[in-house]
Design a protein around this ligand. Structure first.
Ligand SMILES: [Fe+2]
Length: 337
């Protein structure tokens, strides 16, 4: 079936041959153009979108054999069928090796011609579709990856919102910690990938508090030892909650270890010094600072200066000294106060 845009160029030095071919193809619904020489054929190709060329092999001047590689190079999307006398079939086969789709022999069987043209145009259409598909495949994969990531971030945000709905005092805390932790990670020249993990871990670090009893979470006074143990479990509970959605082990590790202390007296594993991943040491400082400058059920908010003095006091015991020093250096530029 002829498609509207399928223009066929008939190249033959004999006018009678051109007429026969064009008449038949027009009857079949194709648009036809004619060229009486190789040179004229190149002109037609330059000025029109030609889907298929019927190319006579023997022509004075530029022959079909010479023209074929030029067409294939300049117009690779144009299909070519060679037109040849019976005794030229070897030459025609050689042309097919050079990219011609088929050959037809004079005198023509016009029905065979129509079939061959139809097949060549169909193959061309499939080739173009395939190429288009390949070219857009990468784009589609990227787009899909973006959507998956977006859905992932949305589910993470939903979890963070769930925690904030339960515990008013942590409202804004996750975002505050994230801002500080990301600024610190940038200062440590962490890679974009690592910074992104810190950003997500920042939003999720306290998610395990969903499993902490509200009475304990909002208790105004000092916690009993038992209550404190219950609160401490939020690191491992957080990892347990996130495990089905967060595939990245490093994000889970940051959630698990954000309460480790530099001197090894932290929880849940009591890791010490450099054994605590840098991201988790960063999270610990960001978390503590943001918590100190926020009001809690059991105490008033500290001023930024007092919170900094506290970080300085606990440098080397609770907090990693380099992280604290870096934080104090850049704090004035941060808007998260
Ligand atoms: Fe925490």
């Amino acid at each position: 079936m002829a498609e509207e845009e399928d223009v066929i160029l008939v190249v033959d030095d004999e006018e009678g041959v051109r007429k026969v071919l064009c008449n038949k193809l027009s009857e079949e619904g194709y648009q036809c153009q004619e060229a009486e020489s190789g040179y004229q054929a190149l002109e037609r190709l330059a000025g029109n979108k030609i889907a298929l060329v019927l190319l006579d092999i023997k022509m004075p001047g530029k022959s079909g054999v010479e023209l074929l590689p030029e067409i294939k190079e300049l117009y690779p999307d144009t299909a070519v069928i060679m037109v040849t006398a019976l005794d030229d079939s070897r030459l025609a086969i050689k042309c097919m090796r050079q990219g011609a789709y088929d050959y037809i022999t004079k005198p023509f069987d016009l029905d065979e011609l129509t079939l061959s043209v139809g097949r060549a145009l169909e193959k061309r259409r499939l080739d173009l579709e395939n190429r288009d598909y390949q070219q857009h495949l990468e784009q589609r994969v990227e787009e899909q990856a973006r959507r998956i990531r977006e859905a992932f971030v949305n589910s993470i945000t939903a979890l963070a919102n769930a925690l904030e709905a339960k515990d008013n005092y942590t409202s804004g805390h996750s975002i505050g910690v994230t801002k500080l932790a990301v600024a610190l990670a940038e200062e440590f020249h962490m890679s974009d990938d690592e910074i992104e993990k810190i950003r997500l871990a920042g939003l999720l670090h306290d998610i395990g508090k969903i499993g902490v009893k509200e009475a304990i979470l909002n208790k105004p006074g000092k916690l009993t030892e038992e209550e404190y143990q219950h609160v401490k479990a939020h690191c491992d509970v957080g990892v347990h909650i996130l495990d089905p959605v967060v595939e990245d082990g490093e994000i889970l590790m940051l959630v698990r270890h954000h309460h480790e202390r530099y001197d090894g007296a932290g929880y849940p594993r009591g890791l010490r010094g450099d054994k605590i991943p840098l991201g988790a040491r960063i999270m610990a400082v960001a978390d503590a600072y943001n918590a100190m400058i926020s009001e809690r059920p059991y105490r008033k908010a500290l001023s930024p200066e007092d919170a900094c003095a506290e970080l300085e006091r606990c440098k080397g015991t609770q907090f990693c000294p380099i992280v604290v020093d870096t934080f104090l250096r850049i704090r004035r530029n941060l808007t998260a106060d």
